[in-house]
Ligand binder design. Structure first.
Ligand code: PEP
Length: 262
């Protein structure tokens, strides 16, 4: 059985001081447990080093929310993969819909960043998901298949095992988002798995975790995790406070335990 993943991206929230308090409480919690869930948190750049240091030697991976595809150069305000790795990052989120909407991220730049992340030994967490209008017009599958295929263009299967996908339908994200039903999410996860299978074959495709994100909370998490091809959850608002994240971890641990004995 695939391991179950649970992670949170903080977006533009938490000062270094707040991040330090969050990470300290989380480290204290995870050090006293034997957890099976694969955990990650994605603080803003400014808190990455301090959070990575506090969570060093725990099972919580720490990552960034974006990076540039070049390793260095005249790109004012940008951060490279090796800079992230130097701060203790182990993974990097790429192609979040907010970056696509507000900062000109495209499928092609996501692909360049996937390669750069892999070169720097970072795990790329590639976000895909259709806007509501594409779903209304019945082309959500094509949209997401295209995003997956371009994200992985020229990525050989040997490097694929270090890649994670997050299916985050744009219409499900944030304050005004409507969470996908477990069935809607499962249907698109199946599409993503099939796309990966077409590209790399069944064995390799099965190894890629596909997480669901978009208004996940403690009420809908269990239903989503019960679906085939949903290998974990990527949570925003509902995990920005450490106590909420810890409760979500406990919930996922319980669901996973029940799944193991089912
Ligand atoms: C996100 O933006 O990646 C996300 C999952 O946010 P939320 O859970 O707040 O919808």
């Amino acid at each position: 059985m695939q391991q179950v993943w649970l992670g949170t991206g903080w977006k533009m929230n938490h000062t270094s001081r707040e991040a330090e308090d969050y990470a300290t409480a989380l480290a204290m919690f995870v050090r006293g447990q034997s957890l099976v869930t694969r955990l990650f948190i994605l603080p803003p750049f400014t808190a990455l080093a301090v959070v990575a240091e506090i969570l060093r030697d725990t099972q919580v991976m720490v990552g960034a929310q974006n990076m540039h595809w070049q390793s260095r150069g005249p790109f004012t305000g940008e951060i490279s993969a090796s800079m992230l790795a130097g701060c203790g990052a182990q993974l990097v989120e790429l192609g979040h819909s907010e970056r696509r909407e507000h900062f000109g991220e495209t499928d092609y730049s996501v692909n360049a960043k996937v390669h750069a992340a892999l070169d720097a030994n970072l795990v790329p967490l590639a976000c895909v998901g259709e806007p509501g209008i594409e779903r209304e017009f019945g082309v959500a599958d094509e949209w997401v298949r295209r995003q997956v295929k371009i994200a992985l263009h020229n990525v050989p299967s040997a490097r694929l095992t270090r890649t994670i996908f997050a299916y985050e339908p744009v219409w499900a994200i944030g304050e005004r988002g409507i969470p996908a039903t477990p069935e809607q999410a499962a249907e698109m996860h199946r599409v993503i798995r099939n796309t990966l299978t077409e590209l790399y074959g069944t064995g390799a495709a099965r190894e890629i975790p596909i997480l669901y994100g978009g208004s996940v909370n403690r009420d809908n998490a269990a239903g989503l995790l019960k679906q085939p091809n949903i290998d974990g959850l990527f949570v925003g608002r509902a995990a920005w406070q450490v106590d909420d994240f810890i409760q979500m971890i406990q919930l996922v641990e319980n669901v996973t335990a029940r799944r193991a004995y089912a």
